[in-house]
Design a protein around this ligand. Structure first.
Ligand code: SAM
Ligand code: DTB
Ligand code: SF4
Length: 328
């Protein structure tokens, strides 16, 4: 079967039309595209570690780590390197191929960046892929991360440009696009997605996915997060999203970005096994694995392995990850 070229010129109406299809037609299309590019029974697993927790100056309305909301989170300074190494070793032993380190910063200082670079080097030495998410980056900082051998940088668009102002006021959509451009131009793999279930409309989910697909290059990894509602954040009372609309979002992401890894990200603790199975059917082929995300709970490893066994899903091996199955 010949490959259709990857598109970067989707219109709002075209993406809306994908969402509007009957559910079975949408899932059939997504699953057919998925099979052209990936082993349908293989899922990549990444583990997360918060290397600097809480006291963040930004006001992201979903986030327990913002200093603006009283979420009773225990703040922590940048972790010592041996704690990071131990956490990465545990993640590797449990089968993760990628180790993602997140910091509650608006942007890293150059001094902090050098400490993160040491962490990247320790994790790489364990034979794992590395990912960090540190906020906005200058071009020079991005170059330093590339020199350090970083594999992925996570920086999300979070929502549509239209809804963005309801969620974050301390950093603009354009700031995010600028950081993504630095990362793409330095040839670091991009991990970029968003959050749904924040009270946005379907139009906003359409626009978020359109923005991602119309980037100059599709992000190699696309995390789709379902809002984790944390008490005392402004979005604690956000209207719940119809779970079938969550599946539709995954399916449309798969169709728009056929060669990208689509990650079923935050929010799995609130999902049934059946809902997660539908998401894998719709083209999700990556998860965050381990009992904690950054600060909130995630399913326990044994629950995930049991679900994988029931579905006949194999965790992607380090070898498969090295051959770059998810390269867009
Ligand atoms: N501070 C950096 C930044 O925002 O760029 C990096 C860490 S930040 C916690 C990484 C991402 O986590 C956010 O962009 C957001 O998409 C996601 N996130 C944070 N809180 C969440 C929540 N309650 N539910 C779902 N996703 C969340
Ligand atoms: C992403 O898109 N989701 C992850 C990761 N990138 C860094 C973070 C989810 C955080 C959920 C809330 C928390 O645990 O603090
Ligand atoms: Fe800070 Fe990142 Fe949380 Fe926003 S999402 S408040 S930038 S840690």
């Amino acid at each position: 079967m010949s490959d259709s070229p990857l598109r970067h010129d989707w219109t709002h109406d075209e993406v809306q039309a994908l969402f509007d299809q009957p559910f079975n037609d949408l899932l059939f299309q997504a699953q057919s595209i998925h099979r052209r590019h990936f082993d349908p029974n293989s899922v990549q697993i990444s583990s997360l570690l918060s290397i600097k927790t809480g006291a963040c100056p930004e006001d992201c309305a979903y986030c327990p780590q913002s200093a603006k909301y009283d979420t009773e989170l225990e703040t922590e300074r940048l972790l010592p390197i041996d704690e990071v190494k131990q956490a990465a070793l545990n993640a590797k032993r449990n089968g993760a191929t990628r180790f993602c380190m997140g910091a509650a910063w608006r942007n890293p200082t150059d001094r902090n960046l050098e400490r993160v670079i040491e962490m990247i080097s320790v994790v790489k030495d364990l034979g794992m892929e590395t990912c960090v998410t540190l906020g906005m980056l200058t071009r020079e900082q991005t170059r330093r991360l590339k020199q350090a051998g970083l594999d992925y940088y996570n920086h999300n668009l979070d929502t549509s440009p239209e809804y963005y102002g309801e969620i974050i006021t301390t950093r603009s959509y354009q700031d995010r696009l600028d950081t993504l451009r630095h990362v793409q131009e330095e040839n670091i793999h991009v991990c970029c997605g968003g959050i749904v279930g924040m009270g946005e409309g379907e139009d906003d989910r359409v626009e978020l996915l359109r923005q991602l697909a119309n980037l100059p290059k599709h992000p190699e990894s696309v995390p789709i997060n379902l809002l984790v509602r944390v008490e005392n954040t402004p979005l604690y009372d956000a209207d719940a999203l119809d779970p079938l609309d969550f599946v539709r979002t995954i399916a449309v992401a798969r169709i728009l970005m056929p060669k990208s890894a689509v990650r079923l990200s935050a929010g799995r603790s609130d999902m049934s096994d059946e809902l997660q199975a539908l998401c894998f059917h719709a083209g999700a082929n990556s998860i965050f694995y381990g009992e904690k995300l950054l600060t909130t709970p995630n399913p326990r490893e044994n629950e995930d392995l049991e679900l994988f066994a029931r579905l006949g899903i194999k965790p992607q091996s380090v070898k498969q990850a090295e051959t770059g199955q998810d390269a867009a």
